[in-house]
Design a protein around this ligand. Structure first.
Ligand SMILES: *Cc1c(COP(=O)(O)O)cnc(C)c1O
Length: 354
């Protein structure tokens, strides 16, 4: 398929790179592609960034049939632009689509479209340390219809947003609250899909955590509320007695690409990594016996996010000395250096764009 390009008439001024936040500024162009039963995915095009006109009855607005992804483009020291494991994002998007009854797309074509869009928008990739261009591929159901069924038509789009460093003043360990009242997902549901409803369902627990002074919620399994699942939009790791433990993927957890990168790198370094069930009781006991040395989250936004404090019921624990631990620090530095092209890339994760 040939991608049609329509250039914007006027270009927006570029933002101050030292003052970038997250997700508020968008570039001049976006990628769009449509789906219909007769034509499949068709009319791929790069166009000026702009509003999408929708009938008020558009299905995604009512029943949430949609999926999305999140990845970043990084500027390396030579001025080039590169991606980190982008095909894994488009593959995961296809798995999400399957769970939401959305027709599959061609991963390789989606990556090609992204590369073309990035090449046109390359001046939007910031170069201040820690900054990047956040990429949001999305698919939404577009039939104007109020019946509950899968849509027959869809829109696939990609938008780009320059974002600031996650840790502008160095690592900032977060405080997390283990949710006892709410669950995020259950096995057999859509917890492993990046789909809007999962995030809507997490807001109330998030608000309650914020009211208590905690940044994020740590979710327990939806059946027994005993086993650890993940944090807000991050997977979670524990270091207990030199074993790096992360909950295994059971269908209710988002299979993070950063999670997988952490596992592969730590194994590459000869560390012991276990993907297994881990209960909140095991974590609390490991802390009581002094064996819990680190907790950290993993995700595209932060790469690695150390947890300094955890609250479960009326128990509050400080992890290690409340600062960033050596495993989290080493993983953060190594992954970030690969993403920005400052270090060897032993797993061939980086994909150059232009
Ligand atoms: C996106 C996401 C993650 C992290 O995935 P990455 O591919 O590492 O960015 C973890 N949990 C949830 C719920 C997510 O939405």
């Amino acid at each position: 398929m040939q991608i049609t390009v329509t250039q914007a008439q006027t270009l927006k001024p570029k933002p101050d790179e030292t003052k970038l936040g997250f997700g508020t500024i968008f570039t001049d162009h976006m990628f769009n592609m449509d789906y219909s039963v007769e034509k499949g995915w068709h009319n791929p095009r790069i166009e000026p960034y702009g509003a999408i006109a929708m009938d008020p009855s558009t299905m995604v607005l009512h029943y949430g049939q949609g999926v999305f992804e999140g990845l970043k483009a990084y500027r390396n020291d030579a001025g080039g632009i590169q991606l980190f494991r982008p095909l894994d994002n488009f593959k995961r998007m296809n798995r999400s689509s399957q769970l939401l009854c959305i027709p599959g797309h061609d991963d390789a074509f989606a990556l090609e479209a992204l590369k073309q869009l990035l090449t046109l928008e390359k001046d939007w990739v910031p170069s201040e340390p820690g900054t990047s261009l956040y990429i949001r591929p999305t698919i939404v159901a577009t039939d104007p219809f109020l019946g509950v069924r899968a849509s027959f038509t869809y829109r696939f789009f990609i938008i780009l947003s320059p974002v600031g460093a996650y840790y502008p003043e160095g690592f900032n360990p977060v405080k997390i609250l283990v949710s006892k009242d709410h669950v995020r997902a259950v096995r057999g549901g859509v917890g492993e899909a990046k789909t809007p409803g999962n995030y809507a369902a997490s807001l109330l627990a998030g608000d309650k955590a914020h009211e208590e002074g905690y940044t994020q919620v740590l979710w327990l399994d939806g059946v027994e509320q005993k086993y650890i699942e993940e944090v807000g939009s991050m997977n979670i790791f524990f270091v207990i007695d030199d074993e790096i433990i992360t909950p295994m993927l059971t269908g209710s957890i988002l299979p993070g690409i950063t999670r997988n990168s952490v596992i592969q790198l730590a194994q590459h370094w000869g560390m012991t990594v276990s993907e297994r069930k881990i209960s909140i009781d095991e974590v609390m006991q490991a802390h009581a016996s002094g064996k819990l040395t680190e907790i950290f989250g993993s995700g595209t936004a932060a790469v690695v996010s150390p947890v300094g404090e955890l609250k479960y019921g009326d128990k509050i624990i400080t992890v290690g000395d409340g600062n960033v631990g050596p495993v989290a620090q080493r993983l953060f530095d190594a992954i970030q250096d690969i993403q920005y092209g400052k270090a060897e890339d032993p797993m061939a994760w980086v994909v150059p764009v232009c």
